[in-house]
Ligand binder design. Structure first.
Ligand code: UDX
Length: 461
């Protein structure tokens, strides 16, 4: 029998492409052929993965090259357009491979893209979602779309009366993904998730591949009987001890200086605070000023990633921090860095993170405790998992205007960096989870075993 021929479709953002590339790497390891698809503009920014006789890249335009830029007020329209163009590209790919006598065995796609399941279905090809957030999130969305709306969005879900959904940790109002909050401007994203869940329900055997690992979310992975969540993670852009530049997207942003690694080399073990808010989000100017105040008041060295604002957004002067000179005496500010390399550096003692799922997993894999500073979406739930379930970090509290003040940040940082029982407890938990993550990700670990079982089943059905 011919080797399987898989198609992997990644939504064009770093947080989708990185895990999709790692899944591709695992599929290639099984001897399969893989076609990897994303937009032309995203593909241009990828580096490290070379096409080969078993790996093909096929790209399509989402209009970005022609000058159409997604902005938050046209995001919904941009998503529709991406869906239309992506579906069309997928049809062409499927037909071309069929004409060559090399039909696809299965289509893997990063969620959320229910339109891809429709196309796959038209050609009678099995398809499966790669969920790039924790299993807990998928379960919350699943419950929400299956009669639990009131339980999840009930405003009185405070710490003393959290919602208890079967198989999930207790949820208070601030742990719920922001798309589900009434009046969320990103409510349309939930509509897509709901369609995705609908597509799954129509499946003979609903299954989702999840970028998590068995030991991390053992209960959550089993929470819902009629839905099989298969943990195939951690799928990370690079792995501790391996070449950290292998698959990063955004390499164009840090082609220049890597002085920060040399700077980290000069710092004592676990002494540096690393601060980053991922590839999408930026902090408001007042929030950045408070962050600066908090960092300065700790007196500790820090490495802070501040992405440059887009040309259309702000004047450069607005970007300037009032205490920049003092900041640069104490720490380092960079526009981008090789994050896994930074997190695995022995000098890093703590990560102030927006709790994007990739950043969270990367921190777990490197055993670095976190100050959880969630901004939106799944990040709120991830922060709860970090603080309450895995106990590897502390979550910041905003003031009445939602701003996290410098003093609050200092409080959280000292809880982690200042020694003491709680700090030691979090470091110990982070070390244990690091060991489990490495165990899951190694060749023949739970991620490989779960994926292999899934592939065997696809082959036999
Ligand atoms: C988005 C959503 O915001 C997040 O909530 C969801 O969980 C995933 O999709 P993003 O905000 O980009 O993700 O954050 P995250 O998932 O953490 O991914 C950021 C990636 O950028 C990480 O892999 C990180 O290593 C990388 N990064 C970030 C760098 O390589 N260098 C940097 O300087 C900053």
């Amino acid at each position: 029998m011919a080797n399987p021929n898989f198609l992997v479709v990644a939504f064009p953002s770093q947080s989708h492409i990185n895990p999709a590339l790692q899944l591709t790497r695992r599929l290639l390891r099984t001897g399969a052929s893989v076609t990897f698809t994303t937009t032309t503009s995203a593909h241009r920014r990828m580096r490290g993965f070379q096409a080969s006789d078993r790996l093909t890249f096929a790209t399509y335009s989402d209009g970005v090259e022609e000058g159409s830029k997604p902005s938050s007020n046209s995001l919904e329209h941009h998503m529709d357009e991406t869906a239309r163009r992506c579906s069309e590209a997928l049809r062409q790919l499927i037909e071309a491979s069929r004409d060559k006598g090399q039909s696809f065995t299965c289509i893997f796609y990063t969620a959320v893209a229910p339109w891809l399941a429709d196309v796959a279905h038209c050609y009678d090809i099995p398809s499966v979602v790669l969920w790039i957030q924790p299993a807990t999130l998928f379960e919350i969305y699943y419950y929400y779309s299956n009669g639990y709306v009131d339980n999840i969005t009930n405003e009185s879900n405070g710490p003393s009366s959290p919602t208890q959904l079967p198989g999930l940790p207790p949820l208070t109002g601030r742990d719920v993904p922001s798309f589900l909050s009434p009046g969320s401007p990103f409510g349309f994203l939930y509509t897509l998730i709901e369609k995705q869940i609908q597509v799954l329900k129509e499946d003979r055997r609903p299954r989702v591949l999840v970028n998590t690992f068995d030991a991390l979310e053992s209960e959550q992975l089993k929470a819902i009987d009629e839905l099989e969540l298969v943990a195939v993670g951690p799928l990370l852009p690079s792995f501790v001890g391996q070449d950290s530049s292998d698959t990063s997207l955004g390499g164009d942003l840090f082609q220049g200086s890597r002085d920060y690694i040399e700077w980290l080399d000069t710092k004592p073990e676990a002494s540096v605070i690393y601060v980053s808010f991922g590839s999408i989000s930026t902090l408001s100017k007042p929030q950045k000023e408070e962050m600066a105040r908090g960092l300065l008041s700790t007196g500790r060295p820090f490495l802070w990633v501040i992405r440059k604002a887009g040309e259309e957004k702000q004047e450069e002067s607005e970007d300037q921090l009032s205490c920049e000179e003092e900041l640069l005496k104490q720490g380092m500010i960079v526009p981008w860095c090789s994050q896994v390399e930074v997190l695995s550096h022995p000098s890093i003692g703590c990560f102030v993170t927006h709790c994007g799922w990739n950043s969270t997993l990367e921190s777990l894999l490197c055993g670095v405790p976190m100050v959880a500073f969630p901004l939106w979406a799944d990040q709120l739930t991830n922060a709860m998992l970090i603080e309450d379930v895995w106990r590897v970090g502390v979550r910041v509290k905003g003031n009445e205007q939602g701003v996290v003040e410098g003093g609050e940040l200092e409080r959280c940082l000292e809880l982690i960096m200042g020694g003491g029982e709680r700090s030691e407890g979090m470091r110990g938990n982070a070390r244990n989870l690091k060991d489990s993550a490495i165990e899951a990700a190694k060749e023949g670990g739970s991620a490989d075993k779960n994926l292999k079982a899934f592939l065997e089943e696809i082959a036999s059905s």
